[in-house]
Design a binder for this molecule. Structure first.
Ligand code: TPP
Ligand code: MG
Length: 361
């Protein structure tokens, strides 16, 4: 008999830390060193406050646009913390916390959203591709990186992130199918924040879970409480180890929530309820992780207050610096950075645009 339905409800969402910060899965607590846990927490606090400030800067007309990450800190940092320096991220655009954790500076993230392409330059050795707005493409790019790593035997794993809406795009399937068939070292992390702008996840897919799409690729999969920093770390670490051993890709669904707007041009009050937002506010990933640290004796309220003051100063100073650079991008650079050498068509477009701008003066 052909099974008509896969019953996702039988797969419990993987969780270690519940929404009150209580360890509910003692055996699986990775017992990470204090420094690692504090780095995770401090990154989340910096990320959350940077998001809040960036929204304000944009409203003040000081920043071009911005896509906030509020609510997705654990899903991003748990994943990043499980990666080694040689591993690649093929990212989307909602990636602030993973970027910060792996060594991208806040200055360069702000530069990018300010409208200065220099924000796409990564420090040496930070293997995160530039912010990628093209939904779905993250998968094929990661499959390419993973296949190259396999052929060159470099011990690198390529991790790609995609939104819930992104899983409705063809490239999501193409890249995963390719990597699964060739057992390329890849990990796929779906950031299921419940919404693709105003489209709810139930309209983007008829599957009971996004994780279960792994069945079709013939790869292991798991739905994780994406607001649980520890569960995200453990699931990603296991997937990274599998990939590195040559066992191929894993599909992780981080079940989380976008607490803020899609971007600064969106108003979520038009399409979702206050009740829904309030329900998810109780599942805040940072609050529960803080409780975990307080209970462990690794952190105090005094230290917390000081941290928030410090990050606000850091954010303000950083943004002032970014403003002092200005957009500072010559027109030519937009054309120059697409190919190593401009194609004839691109040259033509450049000339045309230059003339247009001169005429506009
Ligand atoms: C190929 C492509 N089609 C359409 C868009 C326009 N677009 C930007 S964000 C977005 C929604 C994405 O939702 P989701 O994948 O759930 O990610 P989230 O923004 O929620 O993190 C769309 C359709 C795009 N950037 N790329
Ligand atoms: Mg989404």
């Amino acid at each position: 008999m052909i099974a008509k339905k896969y019953d996702a409800s039988k797969d419990k969402q993987f969780q270690i830390l519940d929404q009150n910060g209580k360890v509910v899965n003692e055996k699986l607590d990775p017992n990470l060193p204090k420094e690692t846990l504090l780095k995770m927490y401090k990154t989340a606090v910096l990320g959350r406050n940077a998001d809040i400030k960036a929204l304000q800067y944009q409203r003040q007309g000081r920043m071009l646009t911005y896509a906030p990450n509020m609510g997705q800190e654990a899903a991003q940092i748990g994943m990043a913390a499980a990666m080694e320096p040689q591993d690649w991220n093929s990212p989307m655009y909602r990636e602030l916390n993973a970027q910060l954790y792996r060594g991208v500076t806040l200055e360069s993230v702000f530069l990018y959203w300010y409208g200065n392409e220099r924000g796409s330059i990564r420090p040496d050795g930070v293997k995160i591709l530039p912010t990628n707005i093209i939904i779905g493409s993250q998968s094929n790019i990661a499959a390419g990186l993973a296949m190259a790593a396999k052929i060159k035997k470099t011990n690198e794993v390529a991790v790609f992130t995609i939104g819930d809406g992104g899983t409705a795009h063809g490239e999501f399937y193409e890249g995963l199918n390719f990597a699964a068939s060739f057992k390329a070292p890849m990990v796929a992390v779906i950031q299921n924040n419940q919404w693709a702008i105003s489209t709810p996840v139930r309209k983007a897919s008829n599957s009971e879970s996004l994780a279960q799409k792994g069945v079709a690729f013939g790869i292991p999969f798991v739905q994780v409480d994406g607001n649980d920093m520890l569960a995200m770390y453990v699931a990603t670490k296991e997937a990274m180890d599998r990939a590195r051993k040559g066992d191929g890709p894993t599909l992780i669904e981080a079940y989380t929530y976008r607490m803020g707007p899609h971007t600064t041009s969106d108003d979520p009050s038009i399409y979702r309820t206050k009740e829904e937002e309030n329900e998810w506010a109780l599942k805040d990933p940072i609050a529960r992780f803080k409780t975990y640290l307080l209970n462990k004796g690794y952190w105090t309220e005094e230290e917390d207050q000081k941290l928030v003051e410090d990050v606000l100063t850091e954010i303000n100073d950083t943004f002032k610096k970014v403003e002092s650079y200005g957009a500072n991008v010559d027109l030519i650079e937009i054309f120059e950075h697409t190919f190593a050498e401009m194609t004839p068509q691109l040259k033509e477009q450049y000339e045309e645009h230059k003339k247009f701008l001169e005429g506009a003066k």
